[in-house]
Design a protein around this ligand. Structure first.
Ligand code: WT7
Length: 664
């Protein structure tokens, strides 16, 4: 790429990075004029634009005649009279195109062992699992919860559900028994698919035992079967009549399986994510519209070509692993890496080593990972990317949180060799795929900006009344028109869907992302300024402050009241800070440290280790206004260690500010 400053080297101007001529020449969307032409096409004939993409990207069993149905807004329908099958599109279609021998997945286990599977064998495997699920009575519309770590089996289980029209709900393997139970109960799943253990960072961690515990917590009587994949081979408890080894169920099954052709709106999956209230929301995605955008964004944002080796480091427990592992790359017949382990094991050069080993060409990861690997490389030169041959790379991506310009520059220079564009992709669980992102062969890049809307996504920045704000002025990020891969509803709670995403205050017109944004006065580029609701982003993981508060006050023997806020953190983006009032005298010193540990362990048990507060501060009370509202802005200042500028005259007991000054 070539770096230059926009309009000459004047002070204060942002440096722009342009793709090399060579990259532009070979790119699917080549040059800004191509990008602009697509935007114009979408502007002038919105439904025509999306219908065209839907026909190009997806093979339909019954072609659709309707494109967008807005009659029951905001419950939009796309391609509603079309039928298709997602697993057919990700597997059979590739075999028909002669890609049977092509490697679909290069799986690298935690210990470095590599297993490859080609499209023919993956198809056979998925068909066997699908037949196995059918033999257990799983039918179209049934829910299947998948609680498994990164594996070929995990991806195959998702595709097998899709094949028979069962709606999957993958629960990240780091969630606790309680969190898993909540999700199983909400989905009313018939089957849970899991493994005996997961192996990460050289450690064997339980999966099946956590499923057992979840099911014993009650509310999960919908579950008829637990299917267990063998990973560690170490013994686990099997409940007679309920639990079966996956190998026993699928072993004798046929290697072909007629797909269940479903309507475009059929729910392909539910994925739980945090909102501003305590209870996670089951984001419901469609089959047709979702798959169209998954495939389209994989093709355009990642400029994916038949010879690429694609690696998205996300876990299948998050939306990124759904769209950019299980569905997008598969729909395009790509070869991709699936990695079981963690970036720091056996040491912090693992990613660079793997890029070199597998000749990865497109690498997509989170800013948190980059920041922690920068730190590691600074203290130990042997794990610095310069020690590895990363010349296979041609494109880099970032996802999940804002990438700070310093991390961007490092990624660009030391990983991408100043040769690879970086696509900073903004999107959400709810958007299904990228909504604001550079297209690498077109968009000049600015570190820290996700640049411009994907063609056909009508993103805008508005004020509280829903009116456009001028560029250069911050506001609220919205999407003005429905798009194919958008969330359809919150499972079992359509009212909450409406209230969360199409609130009355905006006249119910625009999709509300929940983030603030600002567009650059000159370029119109978007920069995301962070959540405008009570949602934190910790290491690219989304956490609701209320969710953590609920977990803390559920420790009824100890906690009287709790408030959770975020504060900036150099590595994790944001860190969780909990302010806690105990049902006992104010602790200090070792006692306070011991209680803080007890509370962290408790939160890990209630939600998962990712929700553990980094700082815990104790007070005899929380700072409140006269009307009894917790002064959260004040808490945020305390959490940051800032001087307090807020008016504290209404505080009943100003001494608590001193108490809260100490973090444990
Ligand atoms: C929230 C969505 C996107 C899939 C993984 C996370 C933040 C996401 C970016 C980005 C700045 C970003 C937003 C968003 N976010 N990508 N490129 N730049 N912020 O999905 O768990 O649903 O979280 O992550 O705050 O709302 P998610």
């Amino acid at each position: 790429m070539n770096a230059s400053t926009a309009g000459g080297p004047q002070a204060g101007e942002v440096r722009m990075y342009y793709p090399s001529e060579e990259f532009v020449r070979q790119a699917t969307i080549s040059g800004m004029s191509a990008y602009e032409a697509l935007c114009r096409e979408a502007e002038s004939d919105y439904t025509g634009y999306w219908a065209k993409r839907a026909r190009e990207m997806v093979t339909w069993k019954t072609p659709f005649t309707q494109v967008l149905d807005e009659s029951n807004a905001p419950f939009f329908k796309w391609f509603a009279d079309g039928t298709l099958n997602a697993s057919y599109n990700c597997l059979d279609r590739n075999l028909e195109r002669g890609l049977g021998d092509k490697t679909a997945i290069i799986f690298e286990a935690d210990d470095g062992e590599v297993t490859r599977i080609n499209y023919r064998d993956l198809h056979a495997k998925v068909c066997q699992i699908a037949n196995g699920l059918r033999s257990l009575g799983v039918q179209k519309g049934d829910r299947v919860v998948i609680y498994i770590s990164m594996s070929i089996d995990g991806v195959a289980a998702m595709l097998a559900c899709a094949r028979i029209g069962a709606t999957h709900s993958v629960v990240f393997g780091g969630f606790s028994a309680q969190a898993l139970r909540d999700r199983i109960e909400d989905t009313r799943a018939k089957v849970v698919i899991t493994a005996d253990h997961q192996i990460r960072g050289g450690k064997q961690l339980p999966l099946k035992a956590i499923v057992d515990e979840a099911l014993s917590l009650g509310g999960c009587d919908s579950v008829e079967r637990v299917l267990v994949v063998r990973r560690s081979g170490a013994p686990v408890n099997m409940v007679q009549g309920r639990d079966r080894w996956m190998a026993d169920v699928v072993g004798g099954q046929a290697q072909t399986c007629e797909p269940e052709w479903v309507e475009a709106e059929h729910p392909l999956f539910l994925l739980y994510t945090s909102g501003s209230t305590g209870k996670p929301k089951g984001v419901q995605h469609s089959t047709g519209g979702y798959l169209v955008h998954a495939a389209l964004t994989t093709a355009w944002t990642f400029d994916l070509k038949p010879n690429d080796i694609f690696w998205c480091t996300a876990d299948i427990g998050w939306i990124t692993g759904h769209t950019y592992i299980a569905y997008g790359p598969m729909a395009l017949g790509a070869t991709q890496i699936v990695f079981e382990g963690v970036p720091t094991f056996p040491d912090a050069s693992r990613f660079w080593r793997m890029i070199e080993r597998h000749k990865v060409t497109i690498f997509y990861t989170a800013p948190t990972a980059i920041r922690s690997l920068i730190k590691a490389a600074e203290s130990n030169d042997t794990v610095h990317p310069r020690n590895f041959d990363l010349s296979s790379l041609r494109l880099l991506g970032s996802v999940g949180e804002p990438i700070n310009p310093a991390a961007w520059e490092w990624y660009y220079r030391h990983v991408g060799g100043e040769r690879c564009p970086i696509v900073d992709t903004f999107w959400q669980t709810e958007t299904g795929g990228h909504v604001i992102t550079p297209l690498p062969g077109a968009t000049p890049l600015v570190p820290g900006s996700c640049t411009l809307p994907f063609p056909g996504i009508m993103a805008a920045v508005v004020d509280e009344t829903g009116k456009d704000v001028p560029n250069g002025q911050g506001g609220i990020l919205v999407i003005k028109r429905p798009w194919p891969s958008m969330i359809r509803t919150i499972w079992g709670d359509p009212e909450r869907f409406k209230k969360s995403y199409y609130p009355e205050e905006f006249g119910g017109k625009y999709y509300l992302a929940g983030d603030g944004a600002i567009r650059d006065a000159k370029t119109g580029y978007f920069t995301i300024t962070g959540r405008i609701d009570d949602v934190l982003n910790v290491s690219g993981h989304r956490m609701g402050t209320m969710e953590i508060e609920s977990a803390l006050v559920a420790k009824t023997d100890l906690v009287a009241e709790a408030a959770v806020v975020g504060r900036p953190d150099e590595t994790t983006g944001e860190a969780i800070c909990a302010f806690v009032v105990l049902k006992r005298p104010l602790p200090t010193g070792d006692e306070a440290r011991a209680i803080a540990k007890e509370l962290r362990d408790w939160v890990a048990k209630e939600i998962g280790p990712i929700a553990k507060p980094k700082d815990i501060r104790f007070g005899e009370n929380l700072p409140k206004t006269r009307s009894g509202k917790i002064m959260r802005r004040l808490l945020r200042s305390i959490a940051k260690g800032e001087a307090i500028t807020q008016d504290t005259s209404t505080l009943e007991n100003p001494a608590i500010l001193d108490q809260l000054g100490q973090a444990y």
